[in-house]
Ligand binder design. Structure first.
Ligand code: XMP
Length: 511
């Protein structure tokens, strides 16, 4: 990749992804690397600038994360944030001490020296987000203070000649009023970046690179219809066309019309598109099964079997394409940051497919960047903005045993819910919303008659990471309309409830 590049060195801080995101929002390509990365590797990456993240440790303790001091000899501008600033100071011979009564947490007023390149054209006084137990006690030679708070004389420091900067606060979080602009000043004024990172350009580069890598070889992709695999498919289609075969296993547990939408988007795109309509086969295996984990297991296993059968028909391929995205890479790769997501995707794939190498074309992108790439590639907006959908599909949204009738019933009800949420323009605000067919029936009255029919539950959550979630406050009039339509239009549902639990203690899905 020939883009100008910023390197974020991860010291275990909880905001490391956020820093990378902010840099990319400034249209500059950026990668996160562990502090353990060898200096040679860093030099070879030829970064325009380096950012040290925060971290939970005290830099003066024996086993705290530290980098080779050669990092200061590269001639590359450095911005240290929080722990990163302390490491900068410590590494260059200054002193860090426990702050005792000068520790600061949360919103703090700070005053800046506007002559410093990183505060140029910003307000003299603004609010920043502090979170530190330690503080800078003595500056290394060549440094001066360029920002302070009431308790913290070295809130921001610089060695302008060497292009080294440090801030005790977190410019990457929104609570720091001018944080985004401060980062921009570092990137543009100090590192001399131009901001050449656009999705269109990224797409062109990626296409070129994929072509070079694949040559005349064959590639295989498992298409789920989710955002990541759809964007990967579109990218590969543009790059290598009919050298790609994508297999879409339709397990019959997709949302209403979803299978057809996926087919429509890809069948004519120049790739070898294989749709396996395996609905009956999956439902056969699931017959009478009520236990949630058993359902998941059956679907996972069957998925692999179907995929395997199709892959065998194709024979040996050179490349297997996977839709891994950057947060997965960071979470499983760097190891020092806190949260580890438990991935529960259907069909862990590889071992049974005969291939040489894996291609992960989205490996460096965040979710919203994947969507932007999808748009840049001309992928249907419906697919680009698809909300997350669990691999086992509606099987885990039908409580109890699954029958074809129940699947249809849930598909219809869920489609109405989605239509109304979109009509109320809430579809981009609520992160995930869907209907659940409970296994409970209750008495109702319709016309003059008694009914004894199913209760349908509606669920809507707002979340950033799907690890925790809050139930969405969907306006009552929207809920009312959904409820009225569903009981009128979908037979055998006579009662609608709205799930008002958050995660934890509940999970997002019901099973
Ligand atoms: P839970 O129910 O664990 O869901 O709060 C968190 C997020 O993960 C999705 N989910 C799955 N995704 N395969 C997937 O690919 C699965 O088996 C699966 N189970 C849950 C869920 O929809 C939510 O977005």
């Amino acid at each position: 990749m020939t883009h100008e590049k910023i390197l974020v060195i991860d010291f275990g801080g909880q905001y490391n992804q956020l820093i990378a995101r902010r840099v990319r929002e400034h249209k500059i390509y950026c990668e996160v690397k562990s502090y353990k990365t060898p200096i040679e590797e860093i030099r070879n990456m030829n970064p325009k600038g380096i950012i040290f993240t925060g971290g939970p440790n005290s830099v003066y303790l024996d086993n705290s994360p530290r980098m080779d001091r050669e990092i200061f000899e590269l001639g590359v501008p450095i911005l240290g944030i929080c722990y990163g600033a302390q490491f900068l100071v410590y590494g260059l011979g200054g002193k860090i001490e426990e702050a005792n009564d000068t520790a600061e947490f949360g919103r703090t007023d700070c005053e800046f020296d506007k002559k410093s390149l990183i505060f140029k054209n910003l307000k003299k006084k603004s609010v920043v987000w502090m979170s530190h137990n330690d503080h800078i006690a003595t500056l290394p030679e060549g440094f001066r203070a360029v920002g302070h708070s009431e308790k913290c004389p070295y809130g921001a420091i610089e060695n302008a000649e060497k292009k080294f900067y440090g801030v005790q606060f977190h410019p990457e979080v929104n609570h720091t009023e001018e944080g985004f602009a401060m980062l921009g000043n570092f990137l543009y004024n100090v590192c001399g970046c131009k901001g050449d990172w656009t999705m269109e350009e990224y797409a062109q580069t990626a296409i070129r690179e994929i072509r070079e890598k694949v040559g005349g070889g064959k590639a295989l992709l498992a298409l789920s219809g989710g955002v990541d695999s759809s964007v990967a498919c579109k990218l590969l289609a543009k790059a290598i066309g009919s050298q790609l075969t994508c297999i879409f296993v339709d397990h019959g547990l997709m949302r209403k019309n979803e299978g057809d939408e996926v087919e429509e988007a890809f069948a004519g795109s120049g790739v070898n598109f294989v749709r396996v309509n395996a609905g009956e086969r999956f439902l056969g295996k699931l017959k009478g099964v009520t236990e949630p984990e058993a359902k998941r297991k059956i679907i996972g296993e069957e998925f692999i079997r179907v995929f395997e059968e199709e892959a065998k028909k194709i024979g040996k391929v050179d490349f297997l394409v996977q839709g891994t995205i950057y947060p997965d890479v960071i979470e499983s790769g760097l190891g020092d940051a806190a949260v580890i997501k438990s991935h529960h995707n259907v069909g862990g794939l590889p071992d049974y497919v005969d291939f040489k190498e894996i291609i992960e074309p989205l490996r460096m992108l965040f979710k919203d960047e994947v969507r932007k790439l999808g748009i840049a590639l001309g992928l249907d907006e419906k697919l680009v903005w698809r909300q997350p959908f669990p691999g086992p599909g509606l099987a885990i949204r039908i409580i109890g045993d699954i029958t074809p009738e129940k699947v249809t019933l849930l598909q219809d009800a869920d489609a109405i819910f989605r239509e109304e949420i979109a009509a109320a323009h809430l579809d981009r605000d609520i992160n995930q919303y869907f209907a659940v067919l409970t296994n409970m029936r209750s008495v109702g009255v319709m016309g003059d008659g008694r009914t004894y029919d199913y209760t349908l539950a509606l669920r809507g959550v707002s979340t950033t990471d799907f690890m925790t979630a809050d139930f969405s406050r969907i306006p009552y009039d929207v809920l009312e309309k959904v409820s009225t339509r569903i009981v009128n239009e979908v037979k055998h549902i006579n009662r609608i409830v709205y799930d008002i639990t958050s995660k934890p203690p509940a999970t997002i899905e019901w099973e």
